[in-house]
Ligand binder design. Sequence first.
Ligand code: PAF
Length: 285
Amino acid sequence: MRLIHRVADLRAALAGQHHTAFVPTMGNLHSGHISLIELARRTGPPTAGPIVASIFVNPLQFGAGEDFNRYPRTLDADCAQLAAAGCDIVFAPDAAEMYPEPQTFSVQPPLADELCGQFRPGHFQGVATVVLKLFNMVQPRYAAFGKKDYQQLFILKAMVRQLNLPIVMLEGETGRAEDGLALSSRNGYLSAEERAEAPRLYRLLRVAAQQVASGVIDLADIEAGVADELTRHGWRVDYIAPRSRSTLLAPTPEERDLVLLAAAHLGRTRLIDNIECRRQALKVP
Ligand code: PAF
């Protein structure tokens, strides 16, 4: 496995490759990231090209007062995991390589002010801009992203479609700890007490998804019920939102394929999670 820091060296290493598979990350890797490497490897054709992972903590996607400075940087450990998973190239540029001049062009994605965007202004603009730059640097045929960042994945798929990028998007299921907590680099911020409390978020989403599927509850009651329960246990809720899977907007009464999205703070740590569910058909009187 090669570790490359400069765009020119990356381009030289990938010259003539048409089936590169790409896994963009911010590092501090866990088994959820590694499962994306495996997904990329499984998906390539028999003549599969190289697998490239990037590691870059992107300042553009962090707001003032967010965790950019304390975000864990663990390049050596990340490289060891990537090598063991069969990654061919790690691209780890520094900020000057990624942004050699002020980034005055940016991608303005749809839904950028919705859900997480409402609480993290500029976040999805920063994500879409860096991912488009990374796509232009790596020129992958396949790119893998996890469904834990559901809104990010939705926005990036729209970017690929609407900007005609010749990239097949691969979607990895959310990796979870045994108690259900979605794997995230930010879980490392949790105290022991918070870590014990954290699985409540997914537990409540699962119950809510079952209620949606069996049609026993109104969607507004789901939002209020999950939010109240979290608040009672010391969380600060940003949102609990049932959305249409096809638009990520509030579902019309006819829409049945839904996703319940959630973001809430436990102490100083902001956790997100989601669960897909299928609403029972409305009974026509
Ligand atoms: O999901 C992440 O780790 C980041 O948002 C990404 C896609 C690598 C862009 O910085």
